[in-house]
Design a protein around this ligand. Structure first.
Ligand SMILES: *Cc1c(COP(=O)(O)O)cnc(C)c1O
Length: 377
């Protein structure tokens, strides 16, 4: 059996070990300590988003975000349909109802025109959503100019789910800073990892202060344990924040390598009939967290599942693109505006191994397997 090639394994440098050792040496082995504040400050500095809070996962950050915006039972929250399930679950944690919005082909993110139509319809009905959750998928920012314009028109706050887009930019600004509040994931498969972890970011410092309180069991200021509202234990360990600091210091090189990997695949496979690669909005710079492509069976003579099967047979991990949330059994019966674009991406799309530690030989091995599935011309 050939060695396994994983989809997106962690890629550690040398700084991670140094920071973890300093946490151990100084006994800061707790969800408190200097690496947490340092990671928050370093992230704010590079992202340009004023305030940041380390938390235990991207999902926890999203839960805090919906809670902070007052999402409660009876509310509707609009959400991208073409995303991972964690984008929408926190809506349900709060007892509210998700309404899904389709993707656009330009970015594979939420379609701003469809969002405008959905908001206009709900405005006419006198029941605007409490918030809009927009995911920046596969390392690419959504069309933020258009999305912010329509959201502002109706005064509905936006949560930016930048879990997959740490380090991506749009008009030179970092993903995470476009909504009222943004979140990152540092899960093991993401471009920057703490093994598991996440972050909440906002220009609104008071909002982040409030999130800090909610994430630490909503403890009131008192010498004893005093609680007047419901909180959570969503803190990140100081040891893990040390890993995050190391990861952040090499993030620019990691992004460059993932973009090179994308370019390598595109030049090796872009001539195949029916193959299309995920587009990049001209206003933005995608991190290419995962290289994503689509296979149109009518033009290719084979389909996406044939490619996945050949890769699996060669011990290469690859995945279909996200199954749209409106198609998930969990969300059956939820309202969805559009859906055909996400459905087509799911039917035809896959992600290729994209870890930044992959060698050029690894890339060639993957590309050769993919090419081998297509009929010879
Ligand atoms: C990974 C991911 C999350 C959740 O992050 P965790 O850290 O795994 O909880 C949320 N949204 C999207 C789009 C993701 O890809």
């Amino acid at each position: 059996m050939k060695p396994r090639i994983f989809l997106s394994p962690p890629h550690l440098g040398t700084e991670e070990r140094r920071h973890v050792e300093s946490a151990l040496a100084t006994n800061w082995v707790a969800p408190a300590g200097p690496h947490l504040a340092a990671l928050e400050a370093e992230m704010s500095a590079v992202s340009g988003v004023k305030s940041a809070l380390c938390v235990s996962s991207g999902t926890a950050a999203l839960h805090l975000a919906v809670r902070l915006l007052g999402v409660s039972p009876g509310d509707e929250v609009f959400c991208s349909t073409f995303t991972f399930v964690a984008s929408a679950n926190p809506i349900v944690y709060q007892g509210a109802t998700p309404v899904f919005i389709d993707a656009e082909l330009r970015s594979w993110n939420m379609d701003p025109a469809l969002l405008a139509a959905a908001l206009a319809e709900r405005a006419r009905q006198g029941r605007l959503p409490r918030a809009i959750i927009v995911a920046d998928i596969y390392g690419q920012c959504a069309a933020w100019d258009e999305i912010q314009r329509v959201a502002d028109l109706h005064g509905v706050p936006v949560i930016e789910d930048a879990a997959e887009a740490v380090g991506a930019t749009y008009r030179g600004r970092w993903a995470g800073g476009f909504g009222a509040v943004g979140i990152y994931s540092f899960n093991g498969n993401k471009i920057m990892t703490t093994s598991g972890g996440g972050m909440l970011v906002s220009a609104d410092t008071a909002l982040i202060d409030r999130a800090h309180k909610l994430a630490t069991q909503a403890r009131d200021a008192a010498p004893h344990y005093e609680h007047s509202e419901l909180g959570y234990n969503y803190r990140l360990s100081n040891v893990l924040a040390g890993i995050g600091r190391g990861q952040l210091s090499s993030l620019p090189q990691r992004i460059d390598r993932r973009r090179q990997i994308f370019d390598h695949y595109r030049s090796a496979l872009g001539d195949l009939p029916g193959v299309g690669f995920m587009p990049e909005l001209p206003e933005g710079r995608c991190t290419r967290w995962l290289t994503c492509l689509t296979v149109d069976p009518a033009a290719a003579g084979i389909n996406r599942d044939d490619v996945l099967a050949a890769l699996a047979a060669d011990n290469i991990e690859a995945r279909p693109l996200w199954k749209p949330l409106h198609q998930q059994p969990l969300y059956r019966g939820s309202a969805c505006f559009g859906g055909e674009v996400a459905d087509r991406l799911f039917a035809q799309g896959l992600c290729l191994p994209s870890g930044s530690a992959m060698t050029d030989d690894d890339l060639q091995r993957v590309a050769d397997v993919v090419r081998g599935v297509f009929p010879r011309p």
